[in-house]
Design a protein around this ligand. Structure first.
Ligand code: SF4
Length: 175
């Protein structure tokens, strides 16, 4: 098991890392500015969680998992023969969401459950993803990388189309 630093990374950190390493670093120093769409997403989540839990057969509550060197929250956990972490999204699909989900699967596995799949729930539209040892290993590496980034020097700006709508564009010199 990795013990990369004193910082204990979360799946949310992995999401930010995959978005942009500098974003993760800035978010830990400046906090994440809450946008109106984030606020709307947060308020819609409990009702969506209830509906998804009824449809999938889980308890309608987020589950906190402490895996020691890493920790975090799974939006919904469906436990049958194996456990299925469900990550609830109220916005548009993005490539980095799957890595957040794999990091959650890593925590679920570390908590002692068998995990072979996870679900990204875009509203009530479900995307099921297979979870193999390869994804769990990659998730472990990303969690460790996130801790390194948080504790390390600022990663260089990485100019991309994301910069146009990044909350930190005003303070991140990327030109
Ligand atoms: S403005 Fe661009 S380089 Fe800077 S944190 Fe945002 S996405 Fe990353």
């Amino acid at each position: 098991m990795y013990r990369p630093s004193s910082y204990r990374p979360t799946p949310w950190d992995v999401l930010e890392l995959e978005y942009c390493p500098r974003y993760l670093w800035l978010s830990k120093r400046h906090g994440v500015p809450v946008t109106p769409s984030m606020r709307a997403g947060k308020s819609a989540e409990p009702e969506l969680r209830r509906r998804l839990a009824a449809a999938l057969g889980g308890e309608p509550r987020p589950v906190y998992i402490d895996a020691g060197w890493a920790h975090g929250v799974v939006d919904l956990l469906v436990v049958r023969k194996s456990a299925v972490p469900v990550e609830i999204k109220t916005g548009a699909p993005r490539p980095e969401h799957k890595w957040q989900l794999y990091a959650e699967a890593y925590l679920v596995k570390a908590a002692g459950y068998a995990v072979t799949r996870g679900v990204l729930a875009y509203g009530e539209r479900l995307r099921s993803l297979q979870v193999t040892p390869a994804e769990l290993k990659a998730a472990e590496r990303l969690l460790a990388k996130a801790a390194e980034v948080v504790e390390g020097p600022p990663p260089p700006p990485r100019r991309s189309p994301k910069c146009a709508y990044c909350q930190y564009r005003a303070i991140c010199t990327y030109t």
